[in-house]
Design a protein around this ligand. Structure first.
Ligand code: AR6
Length: 169
């Protein structure tokens, strides 16, 4: 049974087994959560991302997939990088967003992680509406078959926190 917890704040301040990064296919950093994780986590994370690009993911990490690296200086054992879909009004990409949560939990299980912190994937630079992003996040985690004991959604601002609260009930 997985417990869902909500926290308002900066995900890089969390103490968990694995922190999920809302990355992009390049795995080489960016803004938002991604920028914050690389800044606070230090260069060890980027080094492993570069190695992944030089080996398994020469063309980048496809949208909806996930891969783990060290968490560097963060208070976690791993960072799980996943690539959310860019929001589209004309095409339903919900399955890809759900896949990010599912695949991240699958990687967490492979690693033996018991606690995982997620940001609200795709709801920043990638433009996904927060209420729909929260609905998909909570429903997907609830439906997942995983040994992860705690999923912590870390929401950056109060509005995001309240939207998630409504979904968790
Ligand atoms: N802690 C928790 N949540 C945060 C933090 C933080 N430190 N910073 C932002 N958020 P985003 P995306 C929230 O843009 O939409 C990057 O450039 C933010 O308010 O980080 O998946 C990547 O390299 C929003 O609700 O990720 C990609 O190119 C949520 O986290 C692209 O952005 C996700 O916002 C990915 O875009």
């Amino acid at each position: 049974m997985t417990t869902i917890r909500l926290v308002q704040g900066d995900i890089t301040r969390e103490s968990v087994d694995a922190i999920v990064n809302a990355a992009n296919s390049s795995l080489l950093g960016g803004g938002g959560v991604d920028g914050a994780i690389h800044r606070r986590g230090g260069s060890a994370i980027l080094s492993e991302c570069r190695e992944l690009r030089a080996s398994r993911y020469g063309k980048g990490l496809p949208t909806g997939q996930a891969v783990a690296t060290t968490a560097g200086d963060l208070d976690a054992r791993w960072v799980i990088h996943t690539v959310g879909p860019v929001w589209s009004a004309s095409e339903d990409r919900s399955d890809l967003l759900a896949s990010c949560y599912r695949e991240s939990l699958r990687i967490a299980d492979e690693l033996g992680a018991r606690s995982v912190a997620f940001p609200a994937i795709s709801t920043g630079i990638y433009g996904w509406p927060m209420d729909d992003g929260a609905r998909i996040a909570v429903a997907t985690v609830r439906a997942a078959r995983t040994s992860v004991e705690e999923v912590r959604f870390v929401l950056f601002d109060q509005r995001a926190y309240e939207v998630f609260e409504e979904q968790v009930g």
